[in-house]
Design a protein around this ligand. Structure first.
Ligand SMILES: Nc1ncnc2c1ncn2[C@@H]1O[C@H](COP(=O)(O)OP(=O)(O)OP(=O)(O)O)[C@@H](O)[C@H]1O
Ligand SMILES: O=P(O)(O)OC[C@H]1O[C@H](OP(=O)(O)OP(=O)(O)O)[C@H](O)[C@@H]1O
Length: 213
């Protein structure tokens, strides 16, 4: 008998896009989350249960096996480095991670970089042979160079609107980001038929540029 697949889903901007994809794949899941604070949403018609999580926590739930699979941005996967399988590039929530600064930025003796992604940023500047102090922030990262907390930031760019409105420029793209389907290593074996079936349903409805990982 098929069991319920526990799915860690981010609450924010990814949910709607992921839900659209799952609906296209023929799974009868809610397109919108109702207003409310319910964090566990059973979807028995799809043999699923959604665990609504903060995006950065999705790989943690999946690594510990309290969720069998999850949907998460590549940015979070790179930063968190959790022991999970990456099954599919879903091609949604497309954006890029970039180094950003003021237009008149010049190298300084003690450069500081503010970011939500300290591991990714440290690794990037290390590979570039640049010594920088990385300062962790949790949001509104674009503030940092405007008010003098840091010379530059490492952050997400999608439309470029936030940069434009704050007079900042993109100096260098670090990598492209899309959301991924991830799986717990044990669940992938124990619930393989179910997980594989889900991947097979998703594969034909993925946006064109998404590829199997
Ligand atoms: N501007 C953007 N456009 C498209 N995708 C984005 C953008 N910013 C972030 N993302 C992707 O969406 C994911 C979730 O971002 P979101 O803004 O919903 O959550 P968060 O700000 O990390 O968390 P929360 O607001 O719940 O604390 C990111 O990890 C990234 O993969
Ligand atoms: O290029 P754009 O389309 O303007 O998108 C980029 C913005 O989106 C994200 O912020 P988010 O909305 O998640 O807010 P926060 O991180 O500041 O909380 C990201 O951190 C940028 O600030």
């Amino acid at each position: 008998m098929e069991e319920i697949l526990k799915v860690a889903m981010p609450k924010g901007r990814i949910y709607k896009q992921a839900a659209k994809l799952l609906l296209k794949a023929g799974l009868p899941i809610p397109e919108d989350l109702e207003e409310g604070r319910r964090l566990i949403i059973p979807v028995p018609e799809a043999k699923m249960e959604f665990i609504l999580a903060k995006p950065v926590d999705v790989p943690t739930y999946v690594e510990y096996g309290v969720a069998d699979i999850g949907v998460v941005g590549k940015d979070v996967l790179m930063e968190e480095n959790r022991n999970v399988y990456e099954l599919l590039d879903l091609g949604i929530a497309r954006c890029r991670m970039s180094v950003i600064g003021l237009p008149d930025w010049k190298p300084s003796i003690h450069p500081r970089v503010a970011t939500k992604y300290p591991n990714v940023a440290s690794q990037f500047f290390k590979e570039q042979g640049q010594q920088v102090e990385v300062i962790k922030l949790n949001g509104s990262i674009e503030l940092a160079p405007l008010i003098g907390l840091a010379d530059r930031i490492v952050d997400m760019v999608e439309t470029g609107q936030t940069l434009k409105e704050n007079g900042l420029v993109e100096q260098e793209e670090i990598f492209q980001i899309t959301s991924r389907l991830i799986a717990n290593r044990v669940s992938y074996r124990m619930k393989n038929a179910q997980i594989q079936q889900l991947c097979d349903l998703l594969q034909p409805v993925l946006p064109v540029q998404a590829a199997q990982v």
